[in-house]
Write a protein that binds this ligand. Structure first.
Ligand SMILES: [Zn+2]
Length: 317
């Protein structure tokens, strides 16, 4: 009897722990962790539907809601073929007059995923103007400009050492030293200068405060574009600095012994206590950068720096 009671207690404990683990929001009322593992193919397909049905009376499509619908349906275990089909079936149902929220609208996981995806993708898709022409689509930029090579694989969470044992909470994109680095999204520069891990780095907090982007290992001697400093206001698509291989040293301006790459991080902040310290939420940027490869800015060489041309300007609603 004792044994059965123990097993029952053990199972309940595991279930409680697991449900806490998957939902990751608690009584304090803000989200504690997000696993964004939406494959590139799904992001792109959902994006194409979003653009196609933008302003449509017939179909009410919403990018974040559609992803949340899929995450609830598949238990956050994406399978490209199956989920592309589920997305297409969803659109058929929307054409019959349903809304996405009709399916899982009051499901707590659905609400959690909608809030998570809205936080991540808030500024990715929207209205913008280029040369005074109004358009709708992808407006956040890939960190590498048009025509510059890069190479990457999904390395989020891999364990790293470089003398400092810690989990890799970012995404590395290999490239050539001196490649102009582009701000994915606009915001304010909150971190700037030397860091013993990231070397010359720059941290940009989004205007709504919910995201912080981290670009590290910038170039020795000339890491930043002129005028970029702590407190600067940055626009999406702006040249902020140059790819390099600095870091992992207490000594400033030191290169490390590995191939040149950009270390890119994206952090979510639902509560200010999550900005730095133990509660930090970092997002896997592998699939997101693949998605962003559909929007690469063109750069030209100026006197002191490279600069971006034909940058999309956000139109605020
Ligand atoms: Zn890295």
């Amino acid at each position: 009897m004792k044994k059965i009671r123990f097993i029952a207690f053990f199972c309940v404990t595991v279930i409680v722990l697991l449900s806490g683990y998957s939902l990751k929001a608690n009584a304090e009322g803000y989200i504690k962790w997000v696993d964004c593992n939406v494959p590139y193919e799904i992001l792109l397909n959902a994006y194409e539907y979003d653009v196609k049905y933008y302003g449509s009376e017939e179909v009410q499509f919403d990018f974040a809601e559609a992803l949340a619908y899929l995450a609830v349906k598949n238990g956050n275990k994406y399978q490209v073929k199956k989920d592309l089909k589920a997305l297409s079936d969803l659109v058929h149902k929307l054409k019959e007059g349903k809304k996405i929220s009709d399916f899982y609208g009051d499901n707590k996981y659905y609400i959690y995923y909608v809030e998570s995806y809205r936080a991540i993708f808030a500024q990715f898709i929207g209205e913008y103007s280029v040369n005074d022409t109004r358009q709708y689509g992808l407006k956040n930029y890939h960190p590498f400009p048009k025509g510059y090579w890069y190479n990457h694989y999904d390395d989020f969470g891999a364990s790293r050492s470089y003398g400092f044992k810690r989990k890799h909470l970012g995404h590395d994109l290999m490239g050539s030293i001196g490649t102009p680095m582009i701000a994915i999204e606009g915001g304010t520069v909150t971190e700037f200068g030397w860091n013993k891990y990231g070397g010359w780095r720059i941290g940009i907090r989004s205007f709504d405060g919910k995201r912080s982007y981290y670009y590290a290992h910038l170039r020795k001697n000339k890491p930043y574009a002129e005028g970029v400093q702590k407190g600067s206001t940055i626009e999406a698509g702006q040249v902020i600095g140059y790819l390099g291989v600095t870091g992992y040293s207490r000594k400033e301006n030191a290169n490390m012994g590995c191939p040149p790459h950009l270390h890119l991080g994206m952090q979510l902040i639902f509560d200010e206590s999550q900005y730095s310290g133990r509660g930090e939420i970092w997002i896997d940027m592998y699939h997101i950068t693949k998605f962003l490869s559909h929007n690469r800015v063109e750069v030209k060489k100026g006197e002191t720096d490279y600069y971006s041309v034909n940058v999309k300007k956000t139109i605020s609603a």
